[in-house]
Design a protein around this ligand. Structure first.
Ligand code: SF4
Length: 358
């Protein structure tokens, strides 16, 4: 828990102290910052990116301590991918991802057993989990011949899974699963939503037997807030504006957006866009604001009026970063993220399968 010493500091008071601590620690530390982090934190990171790219960057550095400014599943992935010579720290261990929380391995195991009872043999089902899930969920998939996917490679992964003439159980984001399946010409009547709170996912035996894809009923509460009505309103106001969304948005909006892609896709699309072009973007507000600030020659607005901010990402404040750094300066290693060995081994199988396929 953050002590009073740090709680009383304002953001501007933290800035020079973070600089000093960083200087003292030098190459011993490497700070990673997810795109959705606030600017007050991003200004101190050594690399900015999406969760997988950051974990891969961490694996290549020589620094002993990796400080992951993001949510905890990201730090877990960094711990799994980096070797034993690196120690991964997360400034605020209470900053978990609500979507990952919706797919705990215990609930998935129960659903899998129920599925087995109905279809008899689950060796015909490929479990696929979005990288936005906890290590134990990744391990569940790895243990059963399944795989991890990202929002950049979900098409390829789903195509691979279906090409074996198998069914797919997709965790935890129903929207990414559904929107990706649509791109592969899978229709809604071939997919069912598995409601995790209900027995047999709330589905009849016939539905379970005939479905090609089971979609876990998880979602990102931030991206789910973007609605088709937002798109209609903005298009009516400005027919020339392009609508660019993340695939975690609901189906109705995804179907009518001009472009849809991962966080990195959104960043690249805006970087490559012509001067004077106009964009309404459906993703987390910190990234949209940063893109608008970095591209003053383009008109960039948030799609919709609600403040689509990830409150968990926002928990990583300059105060928490300072606490982590000053503790290291004083030889105190805090907020270590260490995935148990048995989970790491199985999660790696699911991650390696993704690397082989993409
Ligand atoms: S933006 Fe959504 S998926 Fe990303 S960390 Fe926040 S809740 Fe999780």
């Amino acid at each position: 828990m953050l002590s009073e010493k740090y709680k009383v500091l304002s953001d501007p008071e933290c800035m020079p102290l973070i600089e000093q601590a960083k200087k003292k620690l030098g190459d011993k530390i490497f700070i990673l910052g997810h795109h959705y982090q606030r600017d007050e934190v991003i200004q101190f990171v050594d690399a900015v990116g999406d969760s997988l790219m950051l974990s891969q960057t961490a694996a290549k550095t020589k620094s002993k301590y990796i400080i992951f400014c993001g949510v905890t599943f990201m730090a877990e992935t960094a711990d799994i991918i980096t070797g034993d010579d690196k120690i991964v720290l997360h400034p605020d261990l209470s900053a978990g991802c609500p979507m990952a929380d919706m797919a705990p391995a215990s609930q998935i195991r129960r659903a899998w057993k129920e599925l087995e009872k109905v279809i008899g043999d689950t060796s015909n089902v490929v479990p696929v989990t979005y990288i936005n899930s906890y290590a134990e969920t990744k391990a569940f998939c790895g243990e059963r011949g399944g795989v991890v996917c990202t929002s950049s490679n979900a098409d390829k992964i789903l195509k691979w899974a279906l090409s074996q003439n198998k069914k797919v159980f997709f965790f935890p984001d129903q929207h990414l699963g559904r929107n990706t399946a649509h791109r592969l010409s899978i229709t809604n009547d071939q997919m069912v939503l598995w409601e995790r709170e209900k027995e047999n996912g709330g589905l009849s035996e016939d539905k379970i037997k005939s479905a090609k894809i089971y979609l876990w009923n998880g979602c990102c509460p931030v991206h789910e807030r973007f609605k088709y009505d937002d798109l209609k309103t903005i298009r009516k106001r400005d027919p020339e504006i392009k609508i660019l969304v993340h695939p975690e948005v609901p189906e109705e909006l995804a179907n009518y957006a001009d472009y849809m892609g991962s966080t990195q896709y959104i960043v690249n699309k805006i970087e490559q866009a012509p001067k004077g072009s106009k964009w309404a973007i459906g993703t987390e507000i910190h990234l949209v604001s940063r893109l608008a600030k970095n591209h003053p020659d383009k008109k960039i607005i948030l799609l919709g009026t609600p403040i689509c901010m990830c409150s968990m990402m926002d928990r990583i404040s300059p105060q928490y970063l300072l606490w982590t750094l000053e503790s290291l300066v004083n030889d105190k290693v805090i907020n270590v993220v260490k995935v148990p060995e048995n989970i790491t081994q199985n999660a790696i199988k699911a991650l390696d399968r993704m690397f082989e396929l993409t």
